[in-house]
Design a protein around this ligand. Sequence first.
Ligand code: ISL
Ligand code: CA
Length: 534
Amino acid sequence: MAWWKDAVIYQIYPRSFQDSNGDGIGDIPGIISRLDHIRDLGADAIWLSPVYCSPNADNGYDISDYRDINPEYGTMADMERLIAEARRRDIRVIMDLVVNHTSTEHWWFRQSRDKTSAYADYYCWADGRGDGKLPNNWTGFFGEDCWEFDPQRCQYYLHLFAKTQADLNYHNPAVVEEVKDIMRFWLEKGVAGFRCDVINILYKDSLENGKKKLALTGSEHYLTLEGTHEILREFRKVWDEFDAFTVGETVFVTPREAQDLCGLDRRELDMVFSFEHMECDQVFIKWFKTKFKPRKLFACLTRWQKSLPWNALYLENHDQPRSVSRFGSRAHPLESGKLLATLLLTLRGTPFIYQGQEIGMTNFDFTRLRQLNDVESLNVDRVLTRLHVPQGLRWRIIAPTSRDNARTPFQWEGGDGAGFTTGRAWLGINHNCKDVNLAAQEEDPNSLFHWYKDLIALRRDTKVLRRGAFIPLESTRQVFAYRRELPGNDPLTIVLNFSDNPATTACRGTVLRDNYGRETFDGTLQPWEAVILA
Ligand code: ISL
Ligand code: CA
């Protein structure tokens, strides 16, 4: 049963959601204590960023034990209680499945250092090319080399992410079986499915040199290859046993490739997170930001809406800067926040809301690198330093792109600790929590939080918003308009003005929702006005 076609999914970054014991780190009992907020918002499922045992080089995306919980977050009993408490509120739990790599502290990796062990071929080991040269010229996702020498084994291992995240070897059928067992373990515990981390890069066809590129040299050897499709079909056998839901995080995929990854007849994934729309404000790579051009976003969304039967919809996650800071307006934070919410909740697909998005949390207000934790930002700073880029410029590159922008603690209240912790938070709390917090927004019927809540309810009650086709109507420098239609249902038209300036549109209709509270519509649009017309 495709429950996920009618669902809104809420992403939790456990470290920053709610601390329950004053150590400054969010935890599972904290999440349980906030389930009512998620119910109140109207979400049907939560996706938890990793809570498994991990030395936290990449905050849980470096797993050292897939069958146990990071003690900072709680115990397996807490996790079981979370699944049960969520179920009691009709909320499904989706786990993050991070199986492109493990932590180098995973016992598979420790064993793998010994060429004679049963785990010898679990990772991508290779010899250097003589006189201290690396096995090939590939570069990694975090801006650095992707090979590390292991003195015990006297070979290099591949790590496309941080040094302590070693890539698994998917040429080895034993690895595929291990992952299937891990998935069964969690599905038997009652989780509803998985968000599959960088799932389109599992299979590396060879470790040959790649074509030199500005970023990710070597990626033609692992991006969305047939070998990965085969592995996904193998995983799918387990998913089908449990009727599990899956969304793949798929880096650098085209609509064509995405069709292959989640085509109904192919029995691979249910849907994918694509990245193209996250690239509308950058040149070449994420660290070179340019002014956001709404028209590019409209074109990109339209292409994906038209090419795929179903999309995973998102504007934020734990890797991306905050959407109001990025696509919205400083002059109109509330209106632009509501407009972005309207976009997310009226496209065709499954909307994912990232924690804090529903109250318009913004990018961090840090002023120095020392305040950051993100392994990617710290690596990039090291690389730029090596290239003699001066400190001021390094900060100007890193600040707007750092993943920590989305990782500051949830702002529940305005006081010290923001209701997140009674202790010292692991990552700085944004000082704007005095103005931007859930408690204040609950009181205010005109708040962004109430707008999210209202649109989620509208979506739940309006079949055309959930299942209708997407028909593009207008796409100008600032206005995006589209229709949702479904035979036997009244169509809806959505008109969005992505600008601090007024605009006009040819669209007309009876106002169903308007973020300025207007009751009639004559085709003129205020700055950042969002209208749903019947
Ligand atoms: O973060 C990115 C853009 O800023 C991507 O390059 C990101 O590294 C890529 O999307 C993969 O992300 C996922 O896997 C990483 C982990 O660090 C991310 O948090 C996760 O979402 C490695 O597991
Ligand atoms: Ca804690």
